[in-house]
Design a protein around this ligand. Structure first.
Ligand SMILES: [Zn+2]
Length: 223
């Protein structure tokens, strides 16, 4: 997977997986030696060891919450809406991959940069939401006047009650997203709130009247 040959090449998940597998096989001895040395370094430093344990614990908790939330989201959403949300999700993740390839181009700085970004995303999700909204507003020619303090990320989605989770560098169904209450008005202070990715994708697919009709249709057919 020659990243240097150009940023526009898109690899499938299987190709990326194969690349990682080949890379590991080719460099197995070095990788294992480095990991052993790293573990020894961590063990020798009680402060770092404690921090590492705490981080692992938090990470495990986040993963468990994400898995639970995903199960709930799969059950809640209907297949058509789910397919649409998944397609949007895949496109967003592919765009994010292309961006991250540029941002983390320097292998020497990559690890530190990624850690810093992930910590900042978790500590200040509103800043990241506002930043990406600004880019989208520019792209779509929409009004924009938000600053990070205008946005509050709730612990659960106000529509479907799913716990919102800042994903590990990937978009997920329960990622917090910035919703334009009225899509035409753009990203202005009085017109935004935070809802989950799934609800946002479903909502963006039709008017309130259409959603009411779909709900009535579904109820009629489900019971
Ligand atoms: Zn939701």
């Amino acid at each position: 997977m020659a990243d240097e040959s150009g940023t526009d090449v898109v690899y499938s998940a299987t190709e990326r997986q194969q690349y990682r597998r080949d890379y590991y096989q080719a460099n197995r001895a070095e990788i294992l030696a480095y990991e052993k040395e790293r573990q020894a370094r961590i063990k020798a430093d009680p402060v770092r060891l404690a921090r590492e344990r705490e981080q692992n614990k938090l990470r495990a908790r986040r993963i468990r919450a994400a898995v639970r939330a995903k199960g709930k989201a799969d059950k809640l959403a209907d297949p058509v809406a789910m397919a649409h949300a998944t397609a949007v999700l895949e496109r967003r993740n592919e765009e994010a991959r292309l961006r991250s390839r540029k941002r983390y181009a320097d292998p020497a700085k990559r690890h530190d940069q990624k850690t810093r970004d992930a910590n900042s995303r978790r500590a200040h999700p509103e800043r990241w939401l506002v930043r990406s909204a600004k880019a989208r507003a520019k792209e779509k020619g929409l009004a924009f006047d938000l600053v990070a303090t205008d946005v509050v990320v709730p612990s659960t989605c106000p529509i479907c009650d799913i716990p919102l989770c800042i994903a590990e560098g990937r978009w997920a169904g329960n990622s917090p997203t910035l919703d334009r209450v009225d899509p035409e008005t753009g990203y202005v202070k009085t017109n935004v709130r935070v809802i989950c990715f799934n609800c946002n994708a479903v909502k963006s697919n039709g008017s309130a009247e259409l959603h009411e009709k779909i709900a009535a249709y579904m109820r009629g057919h489900n019971g």
